[in-house]
Design a protein around this ligand. Sequence first.
Ligand SMILES: C[S@@+](CC[C@H](N)C(=O)[O-])C[C@H]1O[C@@H](n2cnc3c(N)ncnc32)[C@H](O)[C@@H]1O
Ligand SMILES: [Zn+2]
Length: 137
Amino acid sequence: MAPIYRPKIRRQRSTLHGWGVFALEDINKNKRIVTYDGEKITAKESADREDRYLRRGEIWCFRLNRRWVIDANVGGNVARFINHSCAPNCYSNIIDGTIWIIAGRSVKTSEELTYNYFTDGDKEIPCRCRPGCTNKL
Ligand SMILES: C[S@@+](CC[C@H](N)C(=O)[O-])C[C@H]1O[C@@H](n2cnc3c(N)ncnc32)[C@H](O)[C@@H]1O
Ligand SMILES: [Zn+2]
């Protein structure tokens, strides 16, 4: 079977926060862009790690379901640098147990990729997705 084409993306400094991930070519709506890789851990293990990460203002753990979490701080790929936005151009979806970041609309070359993290924790990090955003991650 021919390999499936994945759009070219790259890690770059972001105005939202630290590193972000940017499109190197135009991407069609609903195109699967990249998987969110990392170590698969139990929700219990994740709770401890998330406390530790949050003390440094970092979020790496992505909840797969009630039992399992993907920790992109261990064995993660470029997807771990995708920032959050409350008005994102991508969304996440779990397909056959794999987390995918997918274009939510057509994305132009050099746009930063973002998705809504929908964090369910203590929401301590002020969101910088746009001037005046009052949400917290
Ligand atoms: C998965 S990392 C994204 C990569 C991160 N920019 C970096 O350089 O490591 C998630 C962290 O990025 C920051 N972040 C992501 N989106 C943000 C936003 N909209 N506003 C403020 N901080 C954000 C938060 O510190 C969050 O814990
Ligand atoms: Zn926001």
